[in-house]
Design a protein around this ligand. Structure first.
Ligand SMILES: [Zn+2]
Length: 407
């Protein structure tokens, strides 16, 4: 099996942490100066390894191994959420980089190679998985024209221009080149830690359905309007939230999650009955049929609300993300490697968060592995994983890559 250099893995991750350092985490939004510095660093490391490197027209970094045998694509992302953690993304990039080095040094794997990729903007500063979707040919030029940084308002075109990347071609991966794509990531939940496990073998990445639900009532004086004649959109909204809380547990799966992420009442004044309310609602699961059943149930509740009145309810579907199953061969490779390095301390589990691997799964076999997140915390600067778990994960990843390359 390819052998990693534990100190080098930790050194690389700590070095990336200096780019946009914020408390113990990083602030490294997509295409920021700090993100560009991390991309340049990765490019340099890949060149030093003898890979052919490119940073393409959407900011994806590729390092291509100059070999003729079996090849695997590995990686994750380098940008962070705003003022967030140091491992969400870089962990998977550094694991892939270290696996590429270890495979190159392993004579048993002569001719095989690991291509390394850092997908731009997995964290969605400008859009929805724009980097990896571009990498499989799913992003049009007009998608890029429309992309705007949700924090700064800078357009993606402006940001690419400032980065010197405008006008460069965008690379579409040649799926036939690879045995598949393997991504490592911190768990971002507490399942592994709570169960004293070291590795999560991801079975599938959840799909989600997102809805915008609006309630139309009648805006009126909160002091003079009798309760009996009110058409209070706020109450109608609260009723629907509670009806969902009652119905969904009777049809959901063991890991289904649903969230009312925002409620807005208009005009939003203590002395005015809300004439309009709006809620953003989302549910997630790995089972596409179950997602369909939940949607039918939600539509039924909206119909009930319209029939019963007194407000009208309109349900609009926003984004629909399909669940993505991870390839069985990849699950077996990660599981076998975890058993060898940390007997009994791994589990198969779904990913409740979205990842680039779900995009790649559309064009090639894809797999994911998790390492524990201390306290289950992520998307926060205090996000962390013990050095011991980081190093163990890197070796398990490299072993899995070795198994997949041997076929
Ligand atoms: Zn991530």
């Amino acid at each position: 099996m390819p052998t990693i250099d534990a100190e080098r893995v930790l050194r690389d991750l700590r070095h990336l942490r200096t780019m946009g350092a914020f408390k113990t985490g990083v602030h490294r939004p997509a295409l920021s100066a700090e993100h560009l510095a991390s991309m340049a660093w990765l490019k340099g490391e890949l060149e030093a390894l003898g890979h052919q490197t490119t940073i393409d027209g959407i900011g994806n970094v590729f390092g291509i191994a100059p070999v003729n045998g079996r090849k695997l694509l590995g990686g994750s992302h380098l940008e962070s959420q705003n003022y967030a953690g140091w491992l969400d993304g870089p962990l998977g990039v550094v694991y892939a980089l270290e696996a590429a080095r270890a495979v190159k040094a392993d004579s048993a794997l002569a001719g095989c190679g690991v291509d390394v990729v850092a997908w731009c903007d997995e964290e969605g500063h400008f859009g929805h998985f724009l980097g990896s979707r571009s990498g499989i040919g799913q992003v049009s030029e007009s998608d890029i024209d429309a992309a705007v940084d949700r924090t700064s308002g800078t357009t993606m075109r402006e940001a690419l221009k400032a980065a010197g990347l405008d006008g460069r071609p965008r690379v579409t991966v040649d799926a036939k080149r690879y045995v598949g794509f393997l991504e490592a990531h911190i768990e971002q939940g507490d399942w592994l830690e709570a169960n004293k496990l070291k590795v999560g073998v991801v079975t599938a990445i959840v799909g989600s359905r997102n809805f915008n639900i609006t309630f139309e009532g009648v805006q009126n004086h909160a002091g003079t309007t009798r309760m009996a004649i009110r058409r209070d959109a706020g109450v109608a909204c609260a009723r629907l939230v509670m009806a969902i809380e009652k119905l969904f547990p009777t049809i959901c799966g063991p890991r289904t999650v649903w969230t009312t992420g925002r409620v807005t009442l208009s005009p939003g004044d203590p002395s005015i009955i809300p004439g309009r309310a709006e809620m953003l609602f989302q549910f997630r699961d790995t089972d596409a049929d179950l997602l369909d059943r939940l949607e039918v149930a939600l539509r039924g509740l909206v119909e009930d609300a319209n029939r019963e009145g007194p407000c009208t309810v309109v349900l609009e579907q926003n984004r629909k993300g399909m669940p993505a199953a991870m390839a069985e061969s990849f699950q077996v490779a990660v599981e076998t490697s975890a058993e060898a390095r940390s007997p009994g301390r791994y589990t198969r589990m779904p990913s409740g968060a979205g990842h680039d691997a779900q995009i790649l799964a559309a064009v090639m076999p894809a797999g994911m592995m998790f390492v524990p997140s201390i306290g289950g915390i992520s998307h926060h600067w205090s996000e962390n994983t013990s050095d011991e778990d980081i190093v163990l994960g890197a070796q398990v990843y490299a072993d899995a890559v070795g198994r997949l390359l041997q076929g």
